[in-house]
Design a protein around this ligand. Structure first.
Ligand code: SAM
Length: 288
């Protein structure tokens, strides 16, 4: 099964994709808002998360798109979503945009093009260029004050009648235990240092309404217990992300890294006992 293979890969692969040229070429630099690494292990985590979401939501495409001519995936990571879209719409032109293309698995299919650009400094596309703009899990990269400007830019490049689709974590927890609360507090401190808030995505419906869209909204819970609805994959996904952040969590919270590691080791048992889940939101709407 694909998820077993991915989980093994996640366990085994921790080396960076590119040879390190500096002290730690795979880790984000100090000026970088985005906190997660760009390593082989992170590639595997993102792909695992992609398949987990499919198990939970039943689809990778929530907006009711029929025959889009041009599709953009913003913050495309490994390109796993873009490849899926490329298979579904073989006649469309697809663009994978990321600030850093290290994670992107190459080569892409011939009708897909990678573009390296920073979402925070403006998207390098003409107005009304795309029929379908997709962006997933960028809340750990977009400062809360930057979101309104980013949405303006995403809508600028969407054609009237085209669709914008956003999928994000929301930071809320179902059946939260003390260990999870502790880790969430550590993580929140790390994000706040970078001007980020995981719950920023809860404003998306309102922000899209303000811009004249009538968004569809799906709130979902990613299960961290049991074996159904992608739970084994979500467990690996969350643990892998937190383990990758261990040293940063220790530094910003002024606690020993060993304490973080021990807490993460104990976390799955608490998730199982309390039946914990982690919140997310999908919002999609048509540009008037
Ligand atoms: C959590 S990953 C999500 C990847 C992909 N959307 C997915 O769901 O698998 C975030 C991605 O956004 C990219 N990213 C971070 N900051 C960015 C920025 N300012 N502009 C463009 N991409 C950015 C990262 O390089 C990374 O590939």
């Amino acid at each position: 099964m694909i998820w077993l293979w991915l989980a093994r890969l996640l366990g085994a692969a921790s080396s960076p994709i590119v040879a390190a040229t500096g002290a730690n070429a795979a880790a984000p630099g100090p000026a970088e808002t985005y906190a997660l690494p760009r390593s082989r292990r992170e590639q595997a985590r993102l792909e695992l998360q992609h398949f987990a979401l499919r198990q939970l939501l039943g689809t990778h495409f929530l907006a009711p798109i029929e025959q889009p001519g041009a599709i953009l995936d913003v913050g495309s990571g490994t390109g796993v979503w873009l490849r899926e879209a490329a298979r579904r719409w073989p006649r469309a032109q697809l663009v994978a945009l990321d600030k850093d293309l290290t994670l992107l698995r190459q080569p892409l299919p011939p009708h897909c093009q990678p573009v390296q650009a920073d979402l925070l400094t403006g998207l390098p596309f003409a107005e009304a260029r795309f029929d379908y703009v997709h962006q997933r899990f960028l809340a750990t990269a977009i400062p809360v004050t930057a979101w309104p400007g980013i949405l303006d830019d995403l809508l600028r490049i969407t054609r009237p009648g085209g669709w914008l689709e956003l999928v994000e974590a929301t930071g809320d927890t179902g059946n939260e235990g003390p260990l999870h609360r502790q880790v969430r507090t550590w993580f929140t401190t790390l994000l706040e240092r970078r001007g980020l808030r995981l719950d920023a995505a809860l404003n998306l419906p309102h922000w899209l309404q303000e811009r004249g869209l009538q968004p569809q909204i799906l709130r979902f819970q990613m299960p961290l217990f049991g074996r159904r609805r992608g739970a084994p994959l979500f467990r690996e996904d969350v643990l892998s992300a937190l383990q990758a952040l261990e040293s940063q969590l220790a530094a910003v919270n002024h606690i020993p890294r060993e304490q973080i590691a021990a807490t993460l080791t104990a976390l799955p048992r608490e998730w199982e006992r309390l039946r914990t889940s982690s919140g997310g939101i999908a919002v999609w709407g048509r540009k008037p």
